[in-house]
Design a protein around this ligand. Structure first.
Ligand code: EPU
Length: 336
């Protein structure tokens, strides 16, 4: 176990924060041993995955446990599907590439999303018309207090838009150690999302394949989203708000260009990136932090910024969106 460890390279925002103590675990057995260790019983524990969806605003007075449980294993298959068991510590994009290379469909639209496999069900990651809940069969966990194993069925995970039981009722109570995925051997392509269709055409793709869809997604993401290795960020900072139809119609008369997509019954999902851009924040820079110039939904740390500064900027944005549109933006990123 290490003490007073910098987490700067373990969060995609690249924020400085120190862990009181730190341990990396490579197996469920090692994780269980830490939780059951009587000497560590009273020690608060903080679980870290890929660090791609957190805003570290302070030091962490806890034992930070980095989950590095690896492995992709074929569990069973039939004519239509293949079931893969994947360790929570595998990098999400490496798993996607494994599926693309082997011809297993279902996650190609989720190419190049930063973070780990274990974090994917936590916030039901999604992009370009696909959410991970569509391919999750079960999620394996152990309880944070006594290391009791529990397997959650897809239904029990209560997935929603960037939501799951692990972000709410079970927050801090259980640790995801592995995920069982059911992938398709007979691909069903999701290319309706505007940008994908256009990009596939630009790429000159005549016949769709898992690989071409993945390549289109990668190309779109690279063109819009900053690479965390170059500019610190955590992807979309806010969730796209869902507003009542009535409110949407009222706003639409004031802002005729306001985009909207059908959400739950009588609600309309509005792109937060559009609202933030209209409020004049796109490309805004204050010293070493700011709003990305190509995607207003992404807050960035150009280097040396603090979590506190980014939090303050996010609050200013929230306030300005509330004043201009009467819409409350909620963060997608977890504040620590
Ligand atoms: N838009 C603007 N200005 C901007 C950004 C967006 O006007 O600066 C408007 C445009 O009208 C555009 C629409 O917003 O057509 C949608 O933009 P985009 O396709 O870039 O998607 P998004 O709604 O901003 C969501 C996810 C992303 C995901 C993309 C693609 C959320 C919070 N974000 O973003 O997920 O990659 O769709 O499916 O739902 C993430 O969660 O970290 C993430 C990157």
């Amino acid at each position: 176990m290490q003490h007073n460890v910098s987490l700067r390279n373990l969060n995609t925002f690249g924020l400085e924060s120190r862990a009181q103590s730190f341990e990396e675990v490579k197996s469920v057995g090692a994780l269980t041993a830490i939780i059951k260790n009587p000497e560590l019983r009273g020690t608060p524990k903080f679980i870290l995955g890929g660090g791609s969806n957190i805003l570290l605003t302070q030091d962490i007075d806890a034992l930070v446990i980095k989950i590095s449980i690896k492995g992709i294993e074929k569990v069973k298959e039939d004519d239509d599907h293949i079931w893969l068991h994947v360790g929570a510590g595998e990098m999400w994009h490496d798993f996607v590439m494994y599926c693309v290379d082997n011809g297993y469909a279902g996650v190609e639209n989720l190419s190049l999303i930063p973070g780990t496999v274990g974090a994917a069900p936590m916030q039901n990651i999604g992009a370009y018309g696909v959410e991970v809940k569509e391919v999750v069969e079960t999620v394996e966990t152990i309880s944070s207090e006594h290391a009791e194993p529990k397997v959650f069925s897809n239904e029990e995970c209560r997935f929603g838009y960037r939501e799951s039981i692990f972000k709410h009722e079970l927050k801090g109570k259980c640790i995801i150690t592995g995920v069982l995925f059911r992938l398709n051997k007979k691909p069903v392509y999701h290319v309706a999302y505007g940008d994908i269709q256009k990009t596939l055409e630009e790429m000159g793709v005549q016949t769709l394949s898992i690989k071409s869809v993945s390549e289109a997604v990668i190309s779109i993401r690279k063109s819009k989203l900053p690479d965390p290795a170059e500019i610190g960020n955590a992807g979309s900072f806010f969730k796209n708000p869902e507003i009542p139809e009535e409110q949407y119609n009222r706003l639409k008369s004031d802002f005729p260009a306001l985009p909207g997509y059908p959400a739950s019954p009588s609600f309309v999902k509005v792109p937060a990136g559009w609202l933030i851009e209209q409020a004049g924040w796109k490309g805004y820079r204050d010293g070493v932090i700011g709003v990305h110039a190509r995607q207003a939904l992404v807050l960035v740390n150009y280097g040396g910024g603090s979590g506190e500064e980014i939090k303050l900027l996010s609050q200013k944005i929230q306030q300005s969106i509330e004043e201009k549109f009467g819409i409350r933006l909620n963060a997608e990123v977890n504040f620590i």
